[in-house]
Design a protein around this ligand. Structure first.
Ligand code: APR
Ligand code: ZN
Length: 360
């Protein structure tokens, strides 16, 4: 591209303090050794971005550029990068967090800071695991080449939300055909779990949410029942146990509250039940449980990006999408121009959107 090797100016959504974003121009230097510079085309807004904006991750200091569900085109590559080539279509996959910016450098936190004129911009990436601090490994694991036919404004969700929820059911829980599942939280992640449970052949999928407006879409995607904990006098785990006889085979927490994490664990059956935690608590939070919940045989697991290996598996998921094996487009309720990024977050806070995709 004509911009290769040059410093470029681009827009970024910068949070200077918790809660607010301003769209500003930043300069991005050409990629250094091991880095890739990407022209972003679309990005999804995830609840984790909102957590970041609200200051829930103490390691992510302000100012910060949130965003981690981007799709784009490789603009240029730095020295020694052999695995990525200009104009390839790519997805940014967790834990690469910087898509509130429409051009970006792929990111080893220290060098990324050098390559952005505003050196005070900090990256959420700094809270990711140490192995991702190595340039080659960062390139290797967090940018996935995808089929050139894939619509970037649709498959951007595969960088986090859809893959996380869908994979939590398929890879982490390994839902078996004919099983019963309970999905706590019917946002973008929980609905992707519902799709994964359905694809795995679950015969009963019970959605749990306090917002009944989420039920119609959940049923469209495969939920067989939807329940609102506020409609019952007793704890929801008791309701689920009664509904299923001895508790569900698999439960998923896609909300991010301590009480629903414990309720999800208690909802799966005591001898073979598997509970997968997906929702996030503030960094440093602790949770205490009655150990009997585990001593009786339940398994409690967590998941990162739904257990998919970024470069190997995410492109295959995109191919499955192109083959129409599932319809993740149903998760996208709003598409907005990048300049309306704050509106996108308002929709999320009001519970009115499942996924908003921003177009650059
Ligand atoms: N009980 C049941 N449902 C609840 C409760 C509750 N106490 N509190 C909130 N919910 C529902 C909301 O009504 C909403 O439908 O949980 C859903 C959460 O969905 P989103 O806010 O859209 O969040 P999502 O993007 O799906 O992420 C869910 O996973 O990765 C994490 O950080 C993410 O913690 C978040 C979680
Ligand atoms: Zn996310």
């Amino acid at each position: 591209m004509a911009t290769a090797g040059k410093v470029i100016r681009c827009r970024a959504a910068v949070a200077w303090a918790p809660g607010k974003l301003s769209v500003e121009e930043v300069e991005v230097a050409p990629p250094k050794a091991g880095e890739v510079r990407i022209k972003l085309v679309a990005t999804g807004i995830c609840r984790t971005d909102e957590h970041l904006l609200q200051g829930c991750f103490p390691n992510a200091e302000f100012p910060v550029i949130p965003g981690h569900e981007g799709a784009g085109i490789v603009e240029s590559v730095g020295e020694g990068v052999t695995s990525m080539k200009p104009v390839w279509r790519i997805l940014l996959c967790l834990p690469l967090h910087l898509h509130g910016i429409d051009f970006m450098t792929n990111l080893t936190p220290p060098s990324a800071l050098h390559s952005i004129k505003y050196k005070y911009l900090r990256l959420l990436h700094s809270i990711s695991e140490p192995q991702h601090l190595l340039p080659d490994k960062t390139t290797q694991y967090t940018v996935a080449k995808i089929d050139a036919a894939a619509p970037l404004d649709k498959v951007c969700l595969f960088g986090c939300g859809f893959s996380t929820g869908y994979g939590a059911a398929i890879n982490t829980a390994k839902v078996k055909p004919g099983s019963t599942c309970a999905v706590f939280g019917l946002g973008g992640i929980g609905l992707s779990v519902v799709m994964g449970c359905k694809a795995a052949g679950a015969s009963r999928i019970i959605g749990v949410d306090i917002n009944k407006d989420k039920f119609a879409k959940a049923k469209e995607l495969g939920a067989t029942d939807c329940i609102n904990p506020r409609d019952f006098q007793k704890p929801i785990q008791e309701v689920l146990t009664e509904m299923t006889g001895q508790g569900v085979d698999y439960s998923f927490e896609a909300i991010g509250h301590k009480d629903t994490m414990i309720a999800a664990l208690a909802s799966c059956n005591m001898s073979t039940g598997v509970c997968v935690m997906i929702g996030e608590l503030d960094s440093g939070s602790e949770i205490s449980i009655d150990p009997t919940l585990l001593l009786t045989g339940r398994t409690w697991k967590g998941t990162v990006l739904g257990g998919w290996k970024t470069r190997e598996c995410i492109p295959k998921l995109v191919s499955s999408y192109l083959e129409k094996k599932f319809n993740s487009d149903l998760l996208i309720t709003h598409t907005l121009p990048f300049a309306k990024v704050n509106e996108g977050f308002e929709l999320l806070r009001a519970g009115k959107s499942i996924r908003t995709v921003l177009l650059f």
